[in-house]
Design a protein around this ligand. Sequence first.
Ligand SMILES: *[C@@H]1O[C@H](CO)[C@@H](O)[C@H](O)[C@H]1NC(C)=O
Ligand SMILES: *[C@@H]1O[C@H](CO)[C@@H](O)[C@H](O)[C@H]1NC(C)=O
Ligand SMILES: *[C@@H]1O[C@H](CO)[C@@H](O)[C@H](O)[C@H]1NC(C)=O
Ligand SMILES: *[C@@H]1O[C@H](CO)[C@@H](O)[C@H](O)[C@H]1NC(C)=O
Ligand SMILES: *[C@@H]1O[C@H](CO)[C@@H](O)[C@H](O)[C@H]1NC(C)=O
Ligand SMILES: *[C@@H]1O[C@H](CO)[C@@H](O)[C@H](O)[C@H]1NC(C)=O
Length: 588
Amino acid sequence: MHMFSACLCIAVLRAVHAGDDGNKGLHVGHAGVNNRGHAHGGSCTADPEAPVVVSLTGSFRGSCMTSRRGRTFEAYRGIRYAEPPVGILRFQPPKPIHKYWHVVNASEDGPSCPQPINPGRYYDEDCLRLNVYTPRRNSSKLPVVVFIHQGGLYSASSRSDIIGPQYLMDRDIVLVTINYRLGSLGFLSTGDAYAPGNNGFKDQVAALRWVQRNIAAFGGDPTCVTIAGYSSGSYSVALHMVSPMSRGLFHRAISMSGSPYSQIEIPYHQRHLAEKQARLVGCPTDNSRVILDCLKSVPWRDIGNSLGGFAEFAFDPVRIWRPVIEQDFGQEVFMPRHPLEALRLGQLYAVPYIVSQTRDEFFWKAFTILQNATLTQQMNDDWYRVAKIAFMLPEDSRTAAYKIREAYFKGKPVVNDTVTTYSLGRLYGDAVTGFGAHRLANIMCRVSPQSVYYYQFSYIGNHSFYEDPITKKPVGVAHHDDLIYLFSIRVRFPDIGLSGPDAALVDKMTAIWYNFARYGDPNPRPATPELATLHWPAMTSQSRRYLRLANNFTILHNQAEDRFQLWDQLFPLLYNTWILPATIVPFF
Ligand SMILES: *[C@@H]1O[C@H](CO)[C@@H](O)[C@H](O)[C@H]1NC(C)=O
Ligand SMILES: *[C@@H]1O[C@H](CO)[C@@H](O)[C@H](O)[C@H]1NC(C)=O
Ligand SMILES: *[C@@H]1O[C@H](CO)[C@@H](O)[C@H](O)[C@H]1NC(C)=O
Ligand SMILES: *[C@@H]1O[C@H](CO)[C@@H](O)[C@H](O)[C@H]1NC(C)=O
Ligand SMILES: *[C@@H]1O[C@H](CO)[C@@H](O)[C@H](O)[C@H]1NC(C)=O
Ligand SMILES: *[C@@H]1O[C@H](CO)[C@@H](O)[C@H](O)[C@H]1NC(C)=O
């Protein structure tokens, strides 16, 4: 098992000798020179219009932004980290950019990757961009946090109106937010050399490699990188921990509400989706070559806009594209074997880990079904087909679907009443994310020699990703809700100010991230008084403690294990026997 010794990321002034490589990338804060040859101030203090960073690979001209607490920080947005994946590069692995020949204009957000068009927003296939936000640039290197966005592998982006840096930039970290290709453009896999798959994950690796080469110039410490992700981004983080491509590119990890370890199978390819994509845009499906040739000629807008055609029941399944176990066709392989098999072989790249889920996750999906008589009837009449789609059960799942109906509805039909709304909401939450997060935490606390901190987000504030259509108020703790206290999300919510309970939670959440990024341990330090009441022990197989993160901090045991016991029985995994000495008590 690979063991990474924890970096402490303590600010150290490196001794720099003439001719020493030690200061490479540290030429910042000096006058940069732009491509027209004018001298340029380096920082926001020297030049509030256009701060410049000069790294070994090139020069970047950014902008200045203001944090929630009024600190000025530098923003370098829309930086291409790989060649535009267009034309002959569509469906190819990312082609990294090693050298920038002209000053990079990083003053505004780049586009979101292709997906269904939302009027007024900016999309383009030339979307392999990242953003760097840094509070200061001096010789002391700051911990780096790289955020991998949510969106099911088919939507969202890292643009600053979706993943805004204003809250975290009150902390001494360098924040990097990244785009990666989505939907068929990112995850097409035909099971042969035409499209081996996983390109969107390879994009993420290319971005992490860019961070290794460049981040010191932005004041970040490349030996102290935290990868954090939400939902599909969280799923991605867990895959990087077992991918041969990602080893050594990060030193801590945060997985919020997303996991590759669940009832949702990981296939060798998704050829049926490639064919479906082809049909949706009028391409032939005879063989991989004609599918790829034709899809390469289709405008990216049409591919992005075809997402709705992948739904099979209402808006389900929530997850469509998956990582695939890649065969070796000579390409660089992101996932050569099933993640569980990688763990069994001791291939975990172990780092301190935070794993979480929200209290209610996808509970609101019950409303979309039960408040529609047609869908309710379909669910009852065709339970086995619908359950397999909606709860993403494996191919041969009749027994599981039967037992799930017994457990959640006592075998009764679903009807539009309070009890069923609650039960169906629970079922959606458990199936789509809850069980996966449960399994992820329970595997990791057993196989990883590093600490695993598990939390449940249970706070209801002014806003939620699900608000009642009439009252406009939150009614539960929905999937994505913890993001509200980590990032400014201006496309959806007003920014949180400096007073009130929501504001207090922003201070707590950003403090947890800061401590974890810096020390690999979220617990309080003198610099984070807002965490004074936090005593968060790591989860172990014997003592499965977790933090309930709400108005206050509460340590509890065995998060929702009564509910997840059913899932553990339906989709068994002997948590201990397959990797650890048999002396450890089995999980159930
Ligand atoms: C940088 O790009 C933005 C957005 O495209 C543009 O408005 C601005 O003029 C550019 N700045 C320079 C110096 O080229
Ligand atoms: C450099 O950064 C460190 C750590 O953030 C800070 O304590 C120090 O004051 C900074 N020095 C200068 C000259 O800005
Ligand atoms: C119910 O769902 C069906 C299928 O998704 C949809 O076509 C119909 O418009 C919905 N009905 C209402 C009243 O929303
Ligand atoms: C379902 O129940 C809700 C809440 O009582 C009600 O507002 C809605 O009209 C009902 N919808 C259907 C299709 O029965
Ligand atoms: C909700 O927002 C209002 C107005 O910004 C603020 O006064 C109040 O404290 C907020 N409530 C919470 C729970 O933070
Ligand atoms: C902590 O928060 C929970 C959930 O909001 C609440 O039920 C509980 O009473 C609080 N405990 C204390 C000691 O304030």
